[in-house]
Design a binder for this molecule. Structure first.
Ligand code: SF4
Ligand code: SF4
Length: 386
């Protein structure tokens, strides 16, 4: 494998650029390496967090962008506990992931959202307001309701099912498309220039799926409950998205089913898994190593709040429908759509959900690099023997 050579050129603006995305405290760091020694996830091919921090300090933009290490970090915080200078390497890794997320996004929107609370909140609120106006407009002009009937007419939900099906597909599939469109850009930034045969990519493709589903690195974290909570959350989220993309016709109905009907239980299980996973992550963070988690970033808090509100508003609509409160159900459902839309459009495209794609992708690319390096070593060994 031909390894790409970088021109050694220091970029004095790099550190300031990174700090636009959060705290990156390097003033106290004296490069002792204790953080790297304490990290359970360090390997020969991934020696973080010190290496990435050093690239940033030296202004080495290209090697930093090319690096996949920040995505391996699972935010356990051991390095921050070990650091003798309280330089918070864990926080530096979080900031680096945000910085990289912005570099991967070709639209430039992620950069705006991750740098500014005002942009982030403004975009969430704008999409929520736009969704609300769409709902009102739909009822006034498409259904032909008079404004005075909004508080008195207890419709069922049936009339909106055809439109909401297309709407849901757009708000789920568009962010998914945006996310996947960045895969090529990530490849170009991190892998292009290394002549790795295409069959090595094919051979290691299983790594992407294995890392997505089993999250084995998270299992290595000393706090094992984190792995379980994340797994439950992932199952609940995938179930919810599958219902929205593939099962909406079956799921959206005004029919009242018996409590034994699987249609009800698929929805209940998805809600229970998401609420359990979120609750476990919150409680786990609160109980364990509280002091190192005190600096949770604003963006990281909004996502769990939105996902919990989405689930609760969906459950409220369901309960009100089964209890026979058609008007209340209508309002709860409208609220559900108003909360879920910005959560899907912003968070799935540019926020926390993006990590669910980038992390396994980084591990897959690392596996490809390692496999290619092994092949080169084997060929060299054979040629030396000859
Ligand atoms: S443990 Fe702290 S001081 Fe030592 S290299 Fe890591 S960040 Fe720097
Ligand atoms: S937060 Fe945990 S996983 Fe991440 S670099 Fe520090 S010790 Fe390693």
């Amino acid at each position: 494998m031909a390894v790409r050579a970088f021109p050694i050129q220091s970029d004095p603006t790099l550190l300031a650029d990174i700090r636009q995305y959060g705290k990156f405290d390097t003033t106290g760091c004296y490069q002792c390496g204790s953080c790297t020694l304490s990290c359970e996830l360090v390997s020969d091919s991934a020696t973080f967090p010190r290496k990435s921090i050093r690239y940033a300090l030296l202004g080495l933009r290209a090697p930093l962008l090319r690096g996949l290490d920040p995505w391996i970090c699972h935010d356990c915080g051991d390095c921050s506990i070990t650091c003798p200078r309280q330089a918070e390497p864990r926080i530096s890794m979080i900031t680096l992931r945000r910085f990289l997320t912005a570099q991967y996004d070709w639209t430039g929107i992620a950069s705006r959202l991750l740098q500014s609370k005002a942009w982030y909140l403004g975009s969430l609120i704008s999409i929520a307001v736009l969704t609300f106006l769409l709902i009102v407009g739909y009822h006034l002009w498409y259904v032909g309701m008079a404004a005075k009937d909004f508080t008195t007419t207890p419709f069922g939900l049936e009339h909106m099912f055809p439109i909401i099906t297309y709407y849901t597909l757009v708000v789920v599939l568009l962010p998914l498309f945006l996310l996947l469109s960045r895969v090529f850009r990530i490849w170009r930034l991190t892998m292009a220039g290394e002549s790795i045969p295409w069959f090595t990519y094919l051979r290691e493709a299983w790594v992407y799926f294995y890392e997505s589903v089993a999250q084995p690195l998270l299992r290595k974290c000393p706090e094992h409950r984190r792995w379980f909570g994340h797994q439950v959350l992932a199952v609940g989220t995938i179930l919810m998205l599958s219902i929205k993309v593939f099962g909406l016709h079956w799921f959206q109905t005004d029919n009242i089913y018996s409590v034994y009907n699987p249609q009800r239980w698929v929805g209940y299980l998805s809600a229970i898994f998401i609420l359990y996973g979120m609750g476990d992550i919150f409680v786990g963070r609160w109980q364990a190593k509280k002091e190192i988690y005190k600096e949770t970033h604003f963006h990281d808090l909004v996502f769990p709040v939105l996902i919990v509100l989405t689930v609760l508003s969906g459950l409220a609509a369901h309960i009100l429908r089964y209890a026979g409160f058609a008007l209340g159900c209508h309002y709860a459902y409208a609220l559900h759509v108003v909360i879920a839309t910005p959560m899907l459009v912003i968070e799935m495209s540019f926020g926390k959900w993006a990590h669910m794609v980038y992390r396994p992708l980084a591990l897959y690319f690392l596996a490809v690099k390692e496999r290619a390096a092994q092949a080169v070593t084997a060929v060299e060994a054979v040629s030396h023997a000859i």
